[in-house]
Design a protein around this ligand. Structure first.
Ligand code: MRU
Length: 355
């Protein structure tokens, strides 16, 4: 995977996704020509990571427009509304999915289109814009966040937030790339393996290895030990949904890491594009947490590791309360506590700029 490779792209009328279930052992691009196929790819984690899911959903709407046989604008809008529902049912927690769907539907429903084909073309262009903007935003996040990384830093990173979780470059991993590759800082990344789907061990390690960034894979439960015995400068994690008070839903295990970081005085930063902030959700307890198949815990790469008769719980995400978070890094800069005040201020500024 080079810097130019995109995780999500459109080619020859198909939505193309790097198949993340196969990495690090095989590199394959899965291609979809139905909206149901794209929704299934999101559900089964062919594509995963909040911004990548958002871009895939946007292209899914463009695909639905292409699939639709409707000759009238009204007929096409009806088909798009059904497609939106199919995609919205794929995964519940990452708000970028709903943000992208809403943006696509706002475009479709917000103008008087002269023909169905004009709307089809506009939807594809909008999905393309969402994908292009994602990379530009991640580059800006990287610049802001790299200021938090001292030369010689040891960083703990959870899950995967790299090129694979976005369209390209990455969010938390984008900061590490910027610091190491663009600014020449020496960094060492402790990569949480991230049970149960092992996004850290499989995907983050693969990306860091390709980028030539020094790293060590650690068991999720080893982070406290490394903080006490070896010294860790900061934790960088992504986000799937950030509530208006800064409470953050992210990959399961993020909360544990944040508590251990606080205990050891290690700064804990959440990194995400502004589109991950959901100002309609007042606090983290209101965020829906996806519960996935128990077999993801009991079976690794097809190999059972637990008694078949034992039940398992598999929440895909947890919520880190805002008081454990040192700062939230977005493309607009680093937001500090009090988050309720500072997120509301940023939202007002952005509304002011766009209105
Ligand atoms: O279940 P996943 O792999 O989609 O979960 C992904 C995460 O929790 C990421 O850390 C988050 O989406 C941020 S991605 C830039």
């Amino acid at each position: 995977m080079t810097e130019e490779t995109r995780t999500v792209f459109w080619q020859d009328g198909q939505v193309c996704l790097i198949d993340q279930r196969r990495i690090p052992f095989e590199f394959e691009v899965a291609r979809y020509d139905t909206v149901e196929g794209v929704a299934d790819a999101i559900r089964t984690m062919v594509v995963r990571g909040a911004p990548a899911i958002g871009a895939a959903a946007a292209f899914g709407v463009a695909l639905a427009a292409r699939q639709s046989r409707a000759g009238s604008v009204e007929g096409l809008l009806d088909d798009l509304r059904s497609a939106r529902e199919v995609l919205a049912r794929s995964r519940p927690t990452a708000v970028n999915l709903f943000w992208a769907l809403d943006r696509m539907m706002r475009l479709a429903e917000g103008s008087a289109w002269e023909s169905a084909d004009a709307l089809r073309a506009a939807l594809l262009a909008e999905a393309q814009r969402i994908a292009d903007e994602d990379i530009a935003i991640n580059r800006r996040i990287g610049q802001h966040g790299a200021e938090l990384v001292p030369d010689g830093a040891t960083i703990i990173h959870h899950c995967n937030t790299g090129s694979l979780a976005t369209v390209g470059w990455g969010t938390a991993l984008g900061i590490i790339r910027t610091a190491a590759l663009l600014q020449g800082k020496r960094v060492h990344v402790l990569v949480d393996e991230t049970r149960p789907r092992l996004q850290g061990a499989r995907l983050t390690a693969w990306e860091l290895l390709q980028a030539g960034i020094p790293h060590t894979i650690i068991a999720d439960s080893a982070s406290g030990h490394y903080m006490r015995r070896h010294g860790v400068d900061l934790c960088l994690v992504g986000a799937d949904r950030i509530a208006a008070n800064g409470d953050t839903a992210n990959k399961i295990g993020t909360y544990n890491l944040a508590v251990v970081a606080r205990e050891n005085g290690v700064p804990f930063y959440v990194v995400a594009p502004y589109s991950t902030i959901d100002m309609t959700i007042l606090h983290g307890d209101l965020i829906e947490i996806e519960e996935r198949d128990a077999d993801e815990v009991k079976v690794i790469q097809g190999q059972p590791i637990a008694p078949a008769g034992s039940p398992a719980g598999n929440p895909a995400f947890d919520v880190t309360p805002n008081h454990y978070i040192t700062g939230i890094v977005t493309e607009y800069g680093v937001i500090r506590p009090p988050f309720s005040v500072n997120l509301a201020r940023l939202a007002a500024e952005i509304r002011g700029q766009s209105g």
